[in-house]
Design a binder for this molecule. Structure first.
Ligand code: SAM
Length: 235
């Protein structure tokens, strides 16, 4: 059963290690300690993790109310990191996770950074059990996680959620990102954090984001975290 991200991307452990050495401006041991526990289960890069770290500190320090959501949790890396941060700081928020656990809808297509065309052509073996094992291994329990399996286009319209303090969108493609904005952004509390993991990488994710943000005022300041991840605060 798929458990670790290097089963998908053989070089990712080395990439994470090299990246951490590169970001000497990230000071203190806490981030590095928690990142080391979570990164074997994630394809997110160091700046993306640090963005989650800083976002949760901001939510803690400003008492921003609400739960946390990640759409596209895959093997659970970022979700694990969120829980480790919350536990370390004595915070108790439910983490809602949405994923098919078999990959995007077959036939999903996009142009990615650099102009390459990508078409998703084969379903993966379902790895929900592997993700749950990863969460238990790294955090001790599934308590406080709410896992919703299925295509967000189908699950989000029938899932009731409270107000949100953090919304992290990481399902890569246009259709899912568009639905996530329409159904979840209104639930993000004022002052809550919006993270679009694929804005800089998948043209469809960017288009879905730009189209939605063009329909609302005020818009959040969406700032570049790294090549893929862009993030801001709902005004
Ligand atoms: C890039 S991965 C997420 C990485 C993850 N956040 C991490 O920490 O490594 C994208 C995930 O989105 C999920 N996904 C893609 N399209 C989806 C859809 N329409 N509904 C639900 N999940 C979807 C995939 O199954 C995959 O696990």
């Amino acid at each position: 059963m798929l458990r670790r991200v290097n089963e998908l991307h053989a070089k990712i452990d080395q990439i994470h290690a090299d990246e951490l050495a590169h970001y000497s401006e990230i000071q203190g041991d806490e981030f590095k300690e928690l990142f080391a526990l979570a990164c074997p289960f994630s394809m997110v890069h160091v700046p993306g993790f640090y963005n989650v770290n800083q976002s949760l500190k901001y939510i803690r320090d400003n008492a921003i109310p609400g739960d946390l959501v990640e759409c596209g949790c895959a093997l659970g890396g970022v979700a694990i990191f969120m829980r480790l941060c919350l536990t370390r700081w004595g915070m108790n928020r439910t983490i809602h996770l949405f994923d098919t656990f078999v990959g995007p809808p077959i036939g999903s297509r996009d142009t990615i950074h650099g102009g390459q065309e990508l078409v998703w052509s084969a379903a993966m073996e379902n790895h929900r059990a592997g993700t749950e094992e990863n969460i238990v291994e790294a955090t001790g329990s599934l308590d406080g996680f709410h896992i919703v399996e299925g295509f967000v286009e189908q699950t989000l319209p029938v899932t009731s959620l409270p107000e949100l303090a953090l919304l992290r969108l990481d399902t890569d493609f246009y259709e899912s990102t568009r639905v996530e904005f329409e159904l979840l952004y209104p639930k993000l509390t004022r002052g809550g954090v919006l993270i679009v993991d694929d804005y800089g990488y998948f043209q469809g994710s960017r288009r879905a984001t730009d189209e939605y943000l063009a329909t609302i005022r005020p818009t959040p300041l969406l700032n570049r975290i790294d090549q893929g991840v862009w993030a801001g605060v709902k005004p």
